[in-house]
Design a protein around this ligand. Structure first.
Ligand SMILES: Cc1ncc(COP(=O)(O)OP(=O)(O)O)c(N)n1
Ligand SMILES: Cc1ncsc1CCOP(=O)(O)O
Ligand SMILES: [Mg+2]
Length: 571
């Protein structure tokens, strides 16, 4: 498991430098012609006095909306323009840039410099876009849109670099991120040696940050050997002398290094950004992604070092999530930028979507009862399923969080192997941590809307309701089912109001959602509950009738038989 920690040295310098928000002038580059610089600076300052940047940026972090400024009802979104090549395999280039910016919540426009035919085996063909058409794309975007940061990737000819330089002069932008792509991760050459001079003489001096890997740094420095972290420091210094404000030398390929070490140099201080190396072959597109993430963070208003740290952590986490994915047959696969989406996809790996008939015999565990009967939660769950339970809820009020998560994972294995959903009572954090199928919450627990926002659309959310009003709210808030009770008196839940069969009927009648009855239910009265004649009453939920008994399997079978009988006599 990769750690996503970055150690940054020296820390006292970091604390001083990573102040937020940055003064606009800090991220504002003087690469523009003086008059344009002044005009654009005025516009930027007008939009983003420090107060506005602070307010809007913190909102951006919370909501994931990368807004750089708001004026009245108009919101200007952070915007990165990537000038790069297309990767038909979708792992690197323009495609990686779009995904990285999307994942970081930033708008991304694209100027395509070349089409590459490539896959996980390598690059099979390159078709350069003409200089004229690159110029036309640049003009279309930059003359119309408020681009905050320009990020470059594959620039396959001197002519294309010149066209870009011309546009950078012409149109305002806040920062320039140069990823000096020359050789693909598969070893294919994407820009020849003729490009070096214009890179060194004209592009790098404009850059706010340049992000070479070891091979690119060596090539830019005329073949300098870079084999140690000390060499990386030296390379960063030499590259900085070429004019960029900041240099990040990426040490992913450093021989014999246990950690992934990158060296950042801002002209004054060196910072070693270290993290555990993620062991995976799915690294295609990491360079493009890192540079795009840096661009995205700069566009949101981050200082450069903070942007680099966030970007590095993003890439490490994405690599870690993607260790096992298989996209192609070649030796180096792409990785997954959309971590949240991945989590949701894991959820959707369930064998079924929520089906109300699953509420038929709902087993709700109780830690005290299991302890009294000296059995583990997993054994209790296994027995309930063996006896015919169709859905399980872990209601472990006393469990410590770490123990609860481990127990839930073990129960999930059992439930998944039987095609039974497993929900967690109250604890949305535990449900997220073990990727359970959903949660059950009460009226005073986390609100359904909040739980839904955290869990995403695929998870099952049940909510307790005693009244028609609560039932209506459950529907509008996005719950999947209602737990209604206590129908009969119960010792399992203290101070719980009993609503009787009439209360259950009233909730069922008012509810557009499926309902499961709970409270004091067992084999002797389950039939009467199901006979109230509400089509959306789908089953009964029981605690003590299963788990406060000597033989869970036997009790579950009895209950199941009663319910099955009622079902056949009603149909
Ligand atoms: C299926 C089902 N229905 C109702 C409840 C009760 O939930 P809540 O009101 O949150 O009370 P606690 O269970 O948390 O004490 C339930 N757990 N399951
Ligand atoms: C959790 C809960 N919510 C309403 S009643 C109840 C307890 C149900 O337990 P039992 O099935 O033992 O009566
Ligand atoms: Mg609760």
């Amino acid at each position: 498991m990769a750690s996503s920690f970055c150690t940054v040295l020296p820390s006292h310098v970091l604390a001083r430098k990573a102040s937020f928000p940055p003064a606009p002038s800090e991220i504002f580059r003087t690469s523009l012609a003086p008059e344009r610089f002044r005009r654009h600076r005025r516009r930027f300052l007008q939009f983003s006095c420090p107060k506005v940047v602070r307010a809007v940026s913190s909102m951006a972090t919370r909501e994931g909306a990368a807004t750089v400024a708001a004026e009245g009802s108009k919101i200007r979104v952070a915007h990165v323009l990537t000038v790069a090549g297309s990767d038909s395999g979708g792992g690197a280039g323009i495609q990686a840039d779009l995904k990285a910016c999307g994942a970081r919540g930033v708008y991304c426009s694209t100027v395509i410099t070349a089409l590459t035919a490539q896959n996980t085996a390598g690059v099979q063909g390159v078709n350069m876009v003409s200089e004229e058409f690159v110029a036309e794309q640049l003009k279309s975007v930059l003359s119309d849109m408020h681009v905050d940061v320009v990020k470059t990737g594959m620039l396959p000819s001197v002519g294309i670099v010149k066209v870009l330089l011309h546009s950078l002069n012409e149109f305002p932008h806040l920062a320039l991120v140069v990823d000096p792509v020359m050789v693909s991760t598969s070893g294919d050459v994407l820009a020849g040696p003729s490009i070096l001079e214009v890179f060194r003489e004209e592009l790098l001096p404009r850059a706010d940050i340049v992000t070479p890997n070891l091979r690119e740094a060596s090539t830019l420095l005329g073949g300098k050997q870079i084999e140690t972290v000390a060499d990386m420091h030296e390379a960063a210094k030499l590259l900085h002398d070429m004019g960029p404000r900041n240099v990040l030398v990426k040490g992913g390929d450093l021989p014999g290094s246990f950690d992934a070490v990158d060296v950042f140099f801002d002209g004054e201080e060196f910072y070693e950004l270290r993290s555990a190396r993620v062991r995976t072959h799915n690294t295609h597109g990491t360079g493009c992604t890192l540079a795009s993430c840096i661009a995205a963070e700069l566009a949101k208003g981050s200082p450069t070092l903070s942007a680099v740290k966030v970007a590095k952590r993003f890439v490490e986490t994405a690599l870690d999530y993607s260790k096992e994915i298989v996209v192609g047959d070649g030796p180096q696969g792409p990785f997954d930028h959309f971590l949240m989406l991945k989590r949701e996809m894991q959820g959707s790996r369930k064998h079924w979507i929520f089906e109300p008939s699953r509420l038929f015999l709902y087993a709700v565990t109780d830690s005290v009862m299991n302890k009294n009967w000296d059995r583990s939660i997993t054994d209790a769950v296994k027995a309930a399923i063996e006896g015919g339970a169709t859905i399980v809820q872990l209601r472990e009020k006393e469990a410590e969080t770490g123990y609860f998560i481990e127990a839930a994972k073990s129960c999930l294995e059992v439930c998944r192997s039987h095609g039974v959903s497993l929900l967690i009572n109250d604890r949305v954090d535990v449900a997220l941590a073990c990727d359970a199928d959903g949660v059950h919450v009460g009226q005073s627990d986390m609100p359904v809307r909040v739980a839904r926002a955290l869990l995403g659309p695929d998870k099952i959310i049940g909510v307790s309701c005693k009244t028609p009003e609560q039932a209506h709210r459950a529907w509008t808030d996005g719950a999947d089912y209602i737990g209604c009770g206590g129908v009969y008196p119960t010792n399992t839940k203290a101070n719980n109001k009993t609503i009787g069969l009439d209360g259950l009927k009233a909730v069922c009648l008012a509810s557009k959602l499926p309902v499961v009855a709970i409270g004091g239910i067992g084999p002797s009265n389950a039939g009467a509950v199901m006979e109230i004649g509400a089509p959306n009453l789908k089953g009964v939920a029981v605690v003590s009738a299963l788990f406060d008994r000597e033989c869970i399997v036997e009790e579950a079978r009895k209950l199941r038989a009663t319910l099955d009988k009622g079902k056949t006599s009603n149909s």
